[in-house]
Design a protein around this ligand. Structure first.
Ligand code: PLP
Length: 410
């Protein structure tokens, strides 16, 4: 109270009331606090390759610096011609049907475009099917847009593939779209064509839009091939997302894109909305757009990491074996990206609150993981590890997780 005047307090918008984004939530805040106090924290929590010694290909840095002085102004709002042309060629390689230059939009990472597409689509109460577990930005953006995220189960017993029957059960008159994340974060699953075909059939039957987040499509291991779901759905309206944050280790430069494909006629009005929001944000980071052609057209140095002997491959082998050797932990071996989503035997450890589990592990062993509930997984029995750190570091981390679990009871 200042001199009798009523002090006004400012609250956040109620639009944020049900928004969750725990990949950078309270456990991470606690880790930051511990670091400020001088404690070293082993971070297995965020998919950011550069700090773990994955460097951007020289050619990308060189070409960006060469073009920097040409990138001072705004670009066209959908993006530079050269970037969109390269993305269109990429779309052709992935057999995306009916894609022209005007169907391609660059963004400040895929993140911006997830937000944009959800805002442009969803009215209050509109439903959208989103995987559980998910990359939580999807749920957060759908909620923020006023929509209702409805989670379908990905089935750990079936290599974490989407449970088609569960999807089917959750479709109703208000359902507008299905989101898939393929390859998946947090599970590392890669969906085979047969599974994608079933999703397409369902979307066709119920006339749904398909959103496919494919940011890890160039990080696929074991000689497997990534199939874009949009390539199987020329008669449906699909939006496919990808970007360079992970494949080119430039998460900080902020460059991603989305490609509209298939039956655009049925989405004419929605596409107008997308264009409007794209115009309103003026354009995405232009220096980062300037190297899309270099990045997609040139040598794919990421390929060296995902084959036997390569860092990502070997780190996966290590972390999968080491973690599943711990009594009470099991996991499906990831096939893509750099995440694993192990299961904890909650009966053995009496775990009822997985955020508390993550906090206890952090405080006791100085290891930061993200609890399963951070990915809209509704049981307290999973956590995500990011296996970007080198094997020596993973070894230390897994050793400590093993020690921690030996005596842990909630
Ligand atoms: N989609 C998925 C599945 C992700 O894992 C991430 C980042 O971790 C993103 C989108 C966002 O990527 P960016 O905004 O850097 O393109």
């Amino acid at each position: 109270n200042s001199g009798g005047m009523k002090v006004r307090e400012f609250k956040k918008s109620s639009k944020l009331n049900n928004v969750l984004y725990d990949v950078r939530g309270p456990v991470v805040d606690e880790a930051a606090r511990m670091e400020e106090m001088g404690t070293h924290v082993l971070k297995l929590n965020i998919g950011n390759p550069a700090p773990f010694g994955f460097r951007t290909p020289d050619e990308v840095i060189y070409d960006m610096s060469r073009q920097l002085s040409d990138c001072e102004g705004y670009s066209a709002s959908a993006g530079l011609f050269s970037a969109r042309k390269a993305i269109m060629q990429y779309a052709q390689l992935k057999h995306l049907p009916n894609v022209t230059m005007s169907d391609i939009y660059t963004g400040n990472g895929v993140s911006e475009l997830i937000n944009l597409t959800m805002s442009a689509l969803l009215d209050t109460g509109d439903e959208i099917l989103i995987p559980s577990p998910d990359y939580p930005l999807w749920t957060a953006c759908a909620t923020l847009a006023g929509g209702k995220p409805v989670h379908y189960i990905c089935d750990e017993q079936s290599d974490w593939y989407p449970d088609i029957e569960d999807m089917r059960k959750k479709i109703n008159d208000r359902t507008k779209a299905i989101v898939i994340i393929n390859p998946n974060n947090p599970t590392g699953a890669l969906y085979p064509k047969e599974v994608l075909q079933q999703i397409v059939d369902l979307a066709r039957e119920h006339q749904l839009i398909i959103f496919s987040d494919e940011i890890y499509d160039r990080l696929v291991m074991d000689g497997k091939e990534h199939v874009s779901i949009a390539s199987l759905a020329p008669d449906l309206f699909c939006v496919t997302f990808s970007g360079l944050s992970k494949s080119h280790m430039i998460a900080g430069f902020r460059i991603g894109w989305m490609i509209l494909s298939g039956n655009k006629n049925i989405a004419r009005d929605y596409i107008e909305g997308i264009k409007m929001l794209s115009n309103m944000r003026l354009c995405s980071n232009v220096p980062a757009q300037s190297i899309v052609q270099t990045a997609l057209g040139g040598h794919q140095s990421v390929n060296d990491y995902i084959v036997p002997g390569g860092r990502i491959y070997e780190q996966r082998e290590y972390v999968y074996k080491a973690l599943t050797d711990i009594p009470g932990i099991s996991a499906v071996k990831p096939q893509a990206a750099f995440y694993m989503f192990p299961k904890i035997d909650t009966k053995k450890f009496n775990i009822v609150n997985d955020e508390k589990f993550a906090l206890d592990l952090l405080r006791d062993k100085k290891i930061l993981i993200v609890q399963g509930s951070g990915f809209n997984w509704h049981q307290p029995d999973h956590f995500r590890v990011v296996y970007l750190p080198r094997i020596e570091v993973l070894k230390e981390a897994v050793g400590k997780i093993g020690e921690f679990l030996q005596y842990y009871r909630q």
